[in-house]
Write a protein that binds this ligand. Structure first.
Ligand SMILES: [Zn+2]
Length: 474
């Protein structure tokens, strides 16, 4: 609430969406917070109102997986352009990955990133700390200094950060379990991938589908299984990044049934693109894990519907055009921007009947807010929550165009995709950041997200490194 309790902004008319309902109503905002959600016409008129009649009012999306490249690769993206893209795409909170330069695995690197983010962000953010071979002894310092969670690269991706050994990973999980923190993993087996890529390169395979052939589904089956084993043993909370294949879903379904605290994301490109697209778009679609053959997308949709997959993230991974355009697939950088296109693309799927608008809110906002300990500050439109709100029009779309992206990366796999929905307004903690599709926010408005994870539930504490390292006294 604003200190004097006055209403500063009213969003009037419109259909307010939660995971369980869609109701016509008005939203009153006081300062940075939602003051009231009422039936239509209950609030007295004020000067500052938005007419949302005929449109949908959604909680801003919360994206668990973006790469904003700063510090180190600012020519690809920086915090200003990355969060501008997020705001224009209806994403009001992002969690940003640590494979920058320097990687976010030391206190100095974290402080540098925190400064850059604070000066530039248009939307709220969390910053991931890196969990790697050499920084296990400072994980607690990174927690104290404000990381939102950790990222462990079990498999290689941009930046080529080496995967930690299983010993370091397990010890890291023991520490995170004591603090209740969640660790996101890029779950692919690096040695299988490196060996296959090396053999194929020597054999002269440089075609786009060689990338897929280097990373067969078993890489994910093995790594997801290993990550779940370590999480279950230690009690560390786990998040599986960018689930791309149907093959490891049974492991996650079983783990959830046993009560393992594992959350899972997939991305629009895995739901909607296949190797048929890769044959046309080539290196543009090179991404880790790879876009797979037809059939995986349907299984991922089913896993969202049955709760095995919890949420949609984007793996927003911007690069410059020349970095995506090499003839030789191994010379194309992995990933493409997605934070600005997720909501229009997924709302188009709502219009096509593949999910309900309520499921969209569950998967884009409610579930990530819970996973990262932000609920009910974020992920819901109700009195007392942060006023992170999107007004979307599900009756008017447009063709996604590289030239219109706010990211520094003007090359996306979604170029040419016809949406039937658009993001018109984005409000971040009460302030209008996007007005009728135009960025109007000032950089520096975004703040670190406040989190309150549930109490830690460590397992096997008598067998942790901390417990065994002292000689026993008999
Ligand atoms: Zn990523």
């Amino acid at each position: 609430m604003a200190r004097d309790g006055t209403i500063d902004l009213i969003i009037r008319g419109g259909k307010i969406v939660s995971p369980s309902s869609t109701i016509e109503g008005d939203v009153a905002i006081s300062g940075e917070t939602i003051a009231a959600v009422t039936a239509p016409g209950m609030l007295a008129t004020i000067a500052n109102e938005i007419d949302a009649m005929g449109r949908h009012i959604l909680p801003g999306a919360i994206d668990s997986h973006v790469h904003f490249r700063e510090p180190g690769y600012e020519y690809k993206e920086n915090w200003e352009t990355g969060t501008a893209a997020a705001a224009c795409g209806g994403t009001t909170t992002v969690f940003e990955m640590p494979n920058t330069n320097p990687p976010t695995g030391t206190l100095e690197a974290l402080r540098l990133k925190q400064e850059r983010a604070a000066a530039q962000a248009h939307v709220d953010y969390g910053i991931y700390g890196l969990l790697d071979e050499d920084n296990i002894d400072i994980l607690e310092d990174l927690i104290a200094a404000g990381v939102s969670g950790f990222k462990c690269f079990m498999g290689n991706t941009f930046g080529n950060l080496p995967a930690p050994s299983d010993g370091a990973m397990l010890e890291g999980f023991e520490i995170l379990a004591r603090h209740g923190y969640r660790c996101t993993v890029h779950a692919e087996n690096p040695s299988i991938m490196a060996r296959r890529q090396e053999r194929m390169e020597r054999a002269g395979r440089t075609d786009p589908l060689a990338h897929l052939a280097a990373r067969p589904e078993v890489c994910a089956v093995e790594a997801v299984g290993r990550a779940v084993a370590f999480a279950e043993w230690t009690g560390a909370r786990l998040h599986i990044a960018h689930k791309s294949s149907k093959d490891a879903l049974y492991i996650l379904k079983d783990a959830k049934a046993r009560g393992v605290d594992v959350t899972v994301e997939t991305c629009p490109h895995y739901l909607l693109m296949t190797t048929e697209d890769m044959k046309i778009k080539g290196g543009l679609l090179r991404v880790n894990p790879p876009i797979r053959e037809p059939g995986h997308g349907e299984a991922l949709w089913a896993a969202l519907h049955d709760g095995t997959i919890d949420m949609i993230a984007t793996d927003h991974a911007p690069h410059q055009r020349d970095e995506k355009s090499a003839e030789n697939i191994w010379q194309c950088d992995c990933g493409f921007p997605g934070v600005e296109t997720q909501m229009p693309v997924m709302l188009t799927q709502v219009n096509e009947g593949r999910l309900t608008i309520n499921q969209y809110v569950q998967w884009s906002a409610h579930a990530p807010a819970h996973a990262w300990g932000c609920y009910p500050n974020k992920g819901v439109i109700q009195a007392g929550s942060d006023a992170d709100i999107v007004i979307a029009d599900l009756s008017r779309g447009r063709v996604i165009d590289n030239a219109h992206l706010h990211s520094k990366s003007k090359i996306t796999a979604w170029h040419g995709f016809k949406t039937t929905a658009s993001v018109d307004w984005t409000v971040v903690r009460g302030r209008v950041v996007v007005r009728e599709g135009e960025l109007v926010g000032e950089q520096g408005w975004g703040k670190p997200v406040k989190q309150q994870m549930p109490p830690p539930k460590p397992n096997n504490v008598d067998k942790t490194m901390q417990a065994i390292i002292e000689p026993p006294r008999f």
